[in-house]
Ligand binder design. Structure first.
Ligand code: ATP
Ligand code: ATP
Length: 596
């Protein structure tokens, strides 16, 4: 690509864009300048226009999309409107939000080789590039795999690898790690960061999980309603949390903790947070022996629900005995699963990419049958049932919501189940489920024209409208902002739904699950309340999980706290009790002086 002398890689001026068929613009005067070698994290509420903005960088918008486009985007000096997608794609590697939209080859090797082949590299160089890229994303052993057989997180790794194999000047990534396990996320982002530093690759990364990703970025940019409304260096971005709270965005736990303790600083790492807390003598205060309620007993106040009594009943509705299951006879994915799930439990299934979480869920919905052992749902062996026989009683939302959306409007999606099942009150069911997922205002929209977060909530609404007894959700929190995650999970909590959900988000699992299952290589390696599971660091490591930052900080301070609220309460209560002790000590001294 042409070299822009002043080092500006992306320059967007007064960019407006309206999708075909819409009257209101999605982008409303975006201005943004990104220098060569910068790592910019772009975030904002669901549906604010982040993916749309990314698609303008390599010319998908407007060249492929049509619609009304005005303003200017210069990529390394080239005006995208005057260029073509072929030329732009050489400079801008775009990692799509939905890996299924990006992957088109049948094997992993072909998928990654496609870019270098188009750059006319030599065969031996292509081979080397493919191997290097696979190593960078931790997928070396999967070179000859069929792309259809990959799990969601594995697909995301392949999408990133296929861009890394081309080493573009700009890497634009749309929630590239949303389905990746926490350790995988950290490793892949470390690699990306290294490339960014060493080769000065410019990175623009869209993410909702800014609490996890902000430490990698140089700048944090926030979009709202089609405009850029905030642009700060990452080290200063969280100095004022008002905007994050107002827009319902997540904030790194160490930052939230310090702010709530009145410490005016924004540490992005655990180490920084501990240094600040030590400086403020919090560690010393924690050494004073005091009485604290056992968090397990403190059920009423918990933000997390591991302490509540939901699971204390014996109404088992799912029962699995020594279950072996997979997609090919000679390659079992699940290896000897034993599991009992009771009514009203909310079970989070966590673990390494490819460990078998989705496969477990598919078995619960009778979409996959065990090769050996048994799965009983409502006491019925799934081998003698087809998935339709559980229709109305078991609701399933796939990891990729697009696989479920085929109607002409969000409202039709929500009506579909009740209509098929010949339920009464169809309008009411559709309305309340759309309302519960905060998408009633989008009810007339074509599902394919919604943002990923909105599509996911449409898929969930289409299941809620049948009011199933068991709800199975495969990664329901990916691509959602904090407010929408909380609304969705609060809904299930308040309804006391029986919920089994896969997630890589340990903070959400701690907050909303009554029980956490940890999986590794097709087996359940831990099963218990979040507060118990989270303490077993060795097991977490095996499953590529990490403790939430606040738990690590509490551990270092020598206390058991499982949420920011809990730790703040402990620290502030300790401080005031230490102060009380000091006052009492003074009173005693005063009395003794008077006596003398
Ligand atoms: N193909 C399309 N046709 C019409 N409207 C669209 C299309 N794609 C997106 N939109 C609309 O543009 C708006 C922004 O969508 P976009 O996907 O850019 O949001 P986003 O910020 O990336 O959201 P999320 O965080 O959920 O991924 C949404 O209101 C959406 O309905
Ligand atoms: N349709 C399929 N055909 C063959 N193998 C498959 C298929 N789907 C998944 N697998 C394999 O089964 C294993 C488990 O996949 P699964 O999707 O259950 O993992 P997961 O734990 O949900 O992963 P992730 O966290 O990435 O979503 C993986 O090794 C995957 O390659």
């Amino acid at each position: 690509m042409k070299q822009n002398k002043d080092g500006t890689m992306i320059e967007i001026k007064d960019l407006w864009y309206t999708y075909p068929g819409r009257t209101d613009p999605t982008l409303k005067g975006v201005n943004l300048k990104i220098e060569e070698g910068e790592f910019v994290l772009l975030t904002g509420p669901t549906g604010c226009g982040k993916s749309t903005l990314l698609k303008t960088l390599n010319g998908i918008i407007p060249h492929e999309s049509g619609g009304i486009f005005s303003g200017s985007i210069r990529i390394n000096g080239i005006e995208t409107r005057d260029s073509n997608q072929m030329e732009l794609s050489r400079g801008v590697g775009l990692v799509f939000q939905n890996p299924d939209d990006q992957i088109f080859s049948t094997t992993v090797e072909d998928e990654i080789a496609f870019g270098p082949e188009n750059l006319c590299m030599k065969r031996e160089d292509i081979d080397k590039k493919v191997e290097e890229a696979l190593q960078m994303v931790g997928m070396s052993g999967h070179r000859l795999d069929s792309t259809n057989s990959l799990s969601g997180g594995q697909k995301q790794r392949i999408c990133i690898a296929s861009m890394l194999a081309m080493m573009p000047e700009i890497l634009a990534m749309d929630e590239p790690v949303s389905q990746m396990d926490p350790m995988g996320t950290r490793d892949v982002l470390n690699t990306v960061r290294e490339l960014n530093r060493k080769l000065k690759i410019t990175i623009l990364l869209v993410e909702h999980r800014l609490h996890e990703l902000a430490p990698f970025a140089d700048r944090v940019v926030i979009m709202d309603d089609g405009k850029i409304i905030f642009d700060q260096p990452a080290s200063k971005a969280f100095d004022n949390l008002e905007i994050f709270h107002r827009l319902g965005l997540r904030v790194p736990e160490p930052v939230e903790l310090c702010h709530r303790l009145g410490i005016r600083a924004s540490p992005l790492s655990i180490r920084e947070a501990l240094a600040l807390l030590n400086r403020k003598n919090f560690k010393e205060k924690m050494k004073t022996p005091q009485f604290f309620p056992n968090p397990e007993e403190d059920t009423g106040k918990q933000t997390g629900s591991s302490g509540n009594n939901d699971s204390v009943n014996n109404n088992s509705i799912i029962s699995i005995r020594d279950m072996w299951s997979g997609y090919e006879k000679n390659r079992m994915v699940l290896k000897g699963i034993n599991l009992e799930i009771r009514k009203s439990e909310r079970v989070a299934v966590m673990g390494t990419n490819g460990s078998g979480k989705s496969t477990l869920l598919l078995n619960l919905a009778a979409m996959l049958k065990p090769y050996k052992g048994s799965v009983k749902v409502f006491g019925e062996d799934t081998r003698s049932r087809n998935p339709y026989s559980f229709a109305g009683r078991v609701g399933f939302v796939f990891q990729n919501p697009d696989l479920m959306l085929f109607c002409d409007s969000a409202e039709e999606e929500a009506r579909f189940g009740p209509v098929q099942l010949k339920y009464k009150n169809i309008e009411e069911r559709a309305r309340t489920s759309l309302e519960a997922m905060s998408i009633l205002n989008l009810k007339q929209d074509l599902p394919q024209s919604l943002s990923r977060g909105q599509r996911l909530r449409t898929a969930v609404a289409s299941v809620l409208s049948i009011n199933p007894e068991i709800i199975l959700l495969d990664e329901p929190t990916t691509g959602q902002d904090r407010v929408n995650i909380e609304q969705m999970m609060d809904y299930f909590k308040n309804k006391r739904s029986t919920l089994v959900f896969c997630t890589h988000d340990i903070e959400i699992a701690m907050l909303y699950a009554t029980r956490i299952l940890v999986m590794n290589e097709g087996q359940i390696i831990a099963d218990g309340k979040g507060r118990e599971v989270i303490k077993d660091i060795e097991t977490l490591r095996k499953a590529s999980l990490t403790q939430p930052p606040v738990v690590e900080i509490a551990n270092s301070l020598g206390v058991d706290a499982f949420s920011v609220t809990e730790l703040v309460e402990m620290l502030t209560r300790r401080s005031s009790e230490v102060m009380k002790c000091e006052v009492i000590k003074c009173e005693v001294i005063k009395c003794e002086v008077i006596k003398c």
